[in-house]
Every structure is written in structure tokens, then in C-alpha cells.
Design a binder for this molecule. Structure first.
Ligand code: G1P
Length: 293
């Protein structure tokens, strides 16, 4: 049973400067909700009860966000704003959330390494804090991966098919399809050139790991961008045991880049019945190229 999750939220967010100079990218709003809340909700809906966030400099507001705010609660209570009061309380009650600080930014592999004591000898889920994955079914994405993990008894990474132009932005897998949408992996490669890439199947920010990923991380040298790459540890691991990858039934919203941030906000605003008509009318007025009927 997978009950622990690790959420790294330590990266600088250079693609979103200047905002990210003093504001975590994980706190970027999707309409009125920070991205990281969607990530925590996905974990909880997938059966996770214990979450460790790996945070770094300028990320203190994440800790505050998941803490109780008694002053705000009593203010909302006094004003009988019950819906808001419940919403605000819920945020700090969603799961047991712990924090560990990554003091120096040495890459995703190093951020995950910081979770080793907390995770111990259990399999765990890893969810990137700046990536929202919207499921097309009732089954949250992390749960979809847990189901594959249960069936195949090996670590699993979520996949999304990407256009060729995006292959060099992601970790990419090579392998053979062993069940519909499930691959037994023979290669993990971080941000390959199009010539190097074994496929167009990219990691989508969700993973299930057996705890021995930490043994491989402990031996991983600096790789691409002079960082400790999680992907390199995964490649070392797949050389000695079966690992899997699974195309997810859903869509990635990568909040860490400007264009996807805007698109994600429009997407979620259009899903909100209170906003939809206004947004559609606005887009028509500004000469919408968005193809809205
Ligand atoms: C990280 C991982 C990469 C993955 C990507 C999105 O890269 O290293 O393998 O594909 O997240 O899930 P980053 O976007 O932090 O450079």
C-alpha cells in the first residue's frame, strides 16, 4: 500500500522570473487556487495520507499556506462567511504535511534524496509541485500509477505523448508496450536531442518508486545542467530490475512556463460556470483565436 508522497517544490522557477524571485512557482494561481493545492488534492484522492514537501529558498509561503491561520478563521467566523471558512480550514486538514529544506539547489535527484529518511523502507509516490495533472476519468493520475505499480510490482513513471519540438524539454522513455499504454522501460534519458530520443513519450511529473531508488541516487553523479538528475538514477535502476511507464488518462498543465500558465487559467476559468460566459464573451470581443464555439 502506498501511503507516503514526496512533493519537491524547491526549484528556482527561472522560466517564470521575475515573479519567482520571491514567490514560489508552486503557488502560482489556477484562477484562485495555488497549483500545489491541486497536487496535494490529487495525492489525497489517490489514498496518500502522509506528504513530505522538499522546499528551498523563497518557498516559505508554501509552509504558511498549509498551516492553520487562526486570525483569518475567526475573522471569517465573525462575518459568517462559512463557505470560505470551511475552505480555509480544509487546506490544513487535507493530510499530514511535513517539510524538509533543500539548502542548495542541486537538481531534482538531490531534492528527492532529501526525502530518504522520511520515506524509509516504503514505496512512495513522487508528484512534482509545479505540474497539475487533470484526470479525464474519476481516477486521479497518481491512483492510475498506483494501480500499475500493484499489477506489475515495479516502479512506474507517468507518461504523456509530446510533439517532437518538446522532446528536449523532458525526461523521455524507451521500451516495449506490455499492456495497453503500459511500457516496460529499457531506457530513461533526460532532455535528449531529437536524434537521441528513443520515443516521444515524456515523463509527466508523477512517479511511484520502490525505496531502493535512494541507493541509486546515492551513487548518481552530476549530469545534465550540472545537476543531480533523478532520470540518471532511474536509468541505473532499470539496468538491474524491471521498471514501468504508463500513458495517463489525463492532461498535463505545466505551470512552470508562461504560455501554459495562461492556457491553464483560461481552461479552468471556462470550466467554472460562474465565469464561463464572461470569459467567452471577452475572448470574442478581443477577436478570439481560441476556437470557442
Ligand atoms: C523535470 C525532470 C524531467 C521531467 C520534467 C517534467 O525537469 O527532470 O525529467 O520530464 O521535470 O515532469 P524540469 O522541468 O524540472 O527541468
Amino acid at each position: 500500500m502506498i501511503r507516503k508522497a514526496v512533493i519537491p517544490a524547491a526549484g528556482f522557477g527561472t522560466r517564470f522570473l521575475p515573479l519567482t524571485k520571491a514567490q514560489p512557482k508552486e503557488m502560482l494561481p489556477i484562477v484562485d487556487t495555488p497549483a500545489i493545492q491541486f497536487v496535494v488534492e490529487e495525492a489525497v484522492a489517490s489514498g496518500i495520507t502522509d506528504i513530505l514537501m522538499v522546499i528551498g529558498k523563497s518557498k516559505r509561503s508554501i509552509e504558511e499556506y498549509f498551516d492553520r491561520n487562526y486570525e483569518l478563521e475567526s475573522e471569517l467566523k465573525a462575518k459568517a462567511k462559512d463557505v470560505l471558512l470551511n475552505q480555509v480550514r480544509e487546506i490544513s486538514n487535507m493530510a499530514n504535511i511535513h517539510f524538509v529544506w533543500q539548502k542548495k539547489l542541486n537538481g531534482l535527484g538531490d531534492a528527492v534524496w532529501h526525502a530518504r529518511n522520511h520515506v524509509g523502507n516504503e514505496s512512495f509516490a513522487l508528484l512534482l509541485g509545479d505540474t497539475v495533472l487533470e484526470s479525464y476519468s474519476d481516477v486521479p493520475i497518481t491512483r492510475q500509477l498506483i494501480d500499475v505499480y500493484d499489477q506489475f510490482s515495479g516502479s512506474v513513471v507517468a507518461l504523456e505523448q509530446v510533439p517532437e519540438s518538446k522532446v528536449s524539454q523532458y525526461g523521455i522513455v524507451g521500451g516495449a508496450e506490455v499492456a495497453p499504454g503500459v511500457y516496460q522501460v529499457d531506457e530513461f534519458i533526460e532532455k535528449p536531442t531529437i536524434e537521441e530520443a528513443p520515443s516521444d513519450l515524456a515523463f509527466a511529473g508523477r512517479y511511484i518508486f520502490q525505496p531502493d531508488i535512494f541507493d541509486y541516487l546515492s551513487q548518481t553523479q552530476r549530469g545534465k545542467n550540472n545537476e543531480i538528475q533523478l532520470t540518471d538514477a532511474m536509468q541505473a535502476m532499470v539496468e538491474s530490475r524491471p521498471m514501468f511507464a504508463c500513458k495517463v488518462n489525463g492532461k498535463r498543465h505545466d505551470l512552470g512556463n508562461r504560455i501554459d500558465f495562461i492556457k491553464t487559467n483560461i481552461h479552468y476559468a471556462l470550466k467554472d460556470p460562474e465565469m464561463r460566459d464572461d470569459i467567452v464573451a471577452y475572448m470574442k470581443k478581443v477577436g478570439s483565436p481560441f476556437g470557442i464555439e
